[in-house]
Ligand binder design. Structure first.
Ligand code: SF4
Length: 311
């Protein structure tokens, strides 16, 4: 095992993604924020856009805790899965200045599951614990040749594999290996530091067959009502957009058609139709067009405004 661990660390030393900003800090808030953002969002988008912008607005847990929720949702706008931002905010308000240091305590906080808690403990405090995200799970399943294992078994195997001498680097190496080498399709086994001992290398894809996602097509219809440089938005009634501002829904209209665009959201493939609206009732919020950038609007609303060149 010692030699395998060393091979993995050597590979990480030369090929790992060391430049990611959250890997060059021991600021627990920064690490925590990156882990929450990286759930469901690509590394490049987090690194180049959202992570630096969010930290500029909320540089510490205290600053985040003091901010009104609409500002936090506004900074999250476009990232999707807004419950992440609401939970981040709630956690900041609960802990105020410092995150707990143990997995057990972290798990009691809103929006922190086993992966996030272990990532904070491993990457921030160098604790000897396993970390299992989608990429690491793929490596573990193949390395140990686990056919359709329960999640619990994957965590158990990851636990037996942790390198107690360098747990942080070991977990980061596995994460990068899954992301760069042990790919879902056509893994590059000949470049893999684990190849000599990997039990699944003959048929790697056998151990990580994915269920086919069934997509649902939907047509949605929204109205655009602008007066005096302000646009009519309403607080969403949908759970996934709780506390976010969205465009008014309308019935399909024959006249006043503006444009149509495509948008994807989880399993939904949407055709979004936009219409000009002359009037809305008084339940709407009038948002100045020049303040839209910081407003808590959904990515769908953002895209609609971009299509009309209003963002
Ligand atoms: S040898 Fe191939 S299947 Fe095994 S861990 Fe490496 S890339 Fe994945």
């Amino acid at each position: 095992m010692k030699r395998v661990h060393q091979r993995l660390l050597d590979w990480y030393e030369t090929d790992g993604r060391h430049a990611l900003p959250w890997r060059n800090t021991r600021n627990m808030y920064h690490i925590y924020l990156s882990e929450i953002m990286l759930q469901q969002t690509q590394v490049n988008r987090v690194r180049d856009e959202y992570y630096p912008q969010f930290l500029e607005k909320f540089p510490s847990l205290e600053a985040l805790a003091k901010a009104p929720q609409e500002k936090v949702l506004g900074a999250w706008s476009g990232l999707g899965y807004y419950s992440r931002a609401r939970n981040l905010h709630k956690t900041a308000q609960l802990v105020q200045t410092e995150l707990p240091k143990t997995e057990k305590e972290l798990l009691l906080l809103p929006g922190i599951g086993r992966y996030t808690a272990s990532a904070i403990c491993s990457f921030g405090h160098e604790q000897t614990i396993p970390v299992v995200d989608t990429n690491i799970a793929r490596v573990i399943k193949r390395y140990f040749a686990l056919l359709e294992p329960k999640e619990k078994l994957v965590w158990e195997k990851a636990t037996t594999f942790v390198n107690a001498q360098a747990p942080r680097a070991h977990n980061l190496a596995l994460m990068d290996l899954g992301s760069l080498v042990c790919l879902p399709k056509n893994p590059k086994c000949s470049e893999c530091p684990l190849e000599v001992v990997c039990l699944g290398k003959e048929e790697p894809e056998l151990y990580t067959q994915r269920k086919k996602t069934i997509y649902e097509s939907l047509d949605l219809f929204y109205g655009i009502c602008i007066k005096d440089g302000k646009i009519a938005l309403e607080l969403s009634k949908e759970k996934m957009y709780k506390d976010m501002l969205v465009l008014p829904r309308v019935e399909p209209l024959e006249d006043d058609f503006l444009t149509v665009f495509k948008h994807s959201y989880t399993k939904y493939r949407l055709q979004v139709h936009l219409y000009r609206l002359e009037e809305v009732d008084e339940n709407f919020t009038w948002q100045a067009l020049q303040t839209l950038e910081d407003a808590p609007i959904s990515s769908l609303t953002k895209k609609a405004l971009m299509c009309l060149d209003l963002s």
